[in-house]
Design a protein around this ligand. Structure first.
Ligand SMILES: Cc1cc2nc3c(=O)[nH]c(=O)nc-3n(C[C@H](O)[C@H](O)[C@H](O)COP(=O)(O)O)c2cc1C
Length: 172
């Protein structure tokens, strides 16, 4: 092994804290998943979003079984993935707390499925729910993308790394 190669060591049994630390090294964007219509509309901060398939257009995200959004998505059979922009860190934290933010306080409009999208997001994907998979303490929600929204300004994304949120910066 050359001297400038990082010395990676196995860290023993897979404990939740260790798993969280290692997964936190994987840089992701940050989304708010919105679902529900009218008074039922709600949102939760999620970074377990990924694209799955182009033909047909499928995406997924994972939600903890205790999440209040779980029943809302199941009932609505639709959800929207709102990709957050760098200035939306406080919005991400507001939708990640137990006293979750109300959509009434955030500019939004209806997507084609009737579920709301956040008007100031970097971009959005509005989806029809096509499958759910129970996986441990989470549920995987697979959706078919039926509408997309692209940024009209050249905005920067909000990113998550090692449990911290912030703008995308160049490495020093
Ligand atoms: C950056 C970030 C990413 C998160 N990603 C997820 C996720 O992928 N799945 C999940 O269930 N919770 C995730 N959470 C935690 C939820 O946002 C949090 O548990 C929230 O309180 C759930 O609220 P709810 O019960 O209203 O859905 C994340 C939180 C943060 C700050």
């Amino acid at each position: 092994m050359s001297s400038d190669t990082q010395d990676l060591r196995g860290a023993g049994p897979v404990e939740a804290k260790m798993l969280r630390s290692v997964c936190g090294l994987f840089v992701t964007g940050v989304t708010v998943i919105t679902s529900g219509r009218g008074e039922q509309a709600a949102g939760t901060t999620v970074n377990s979003f990924t694209s799955v398939s182009l033909e047909p257009p499928l995406v997924l995200f994972c939600l903890h079984r205790a999440s209040r959004l779980r029943a809302v998505v199941a009932r609505s059979a639709a959800y929207a993935v709102n990709l957050l922009a760098a200035p939306q860190e406080s919005l991400a934290l507001a939708f990640a707390s137990r006293a979750t933010a109300s959509l009434r306080e955030v500019p939004h409009h209806a997507s084609v499925t009737g579920v709301p999208v956040l008007s100031d997001a970097l971009g959005f994907l509005s989806c029809r729910l096509v499958n759910t998979v129970e996986a441990g303490d989470h549920t995987v929600f697979v959706g078919e993308v039926v509408e997309v929204g692209l940024p009209t300004r050249g905005e920067e994304p909000l990113v998550a790394f090692r449990g911290e949120l912030g703008p995308l910066r160049e490495a020093p």
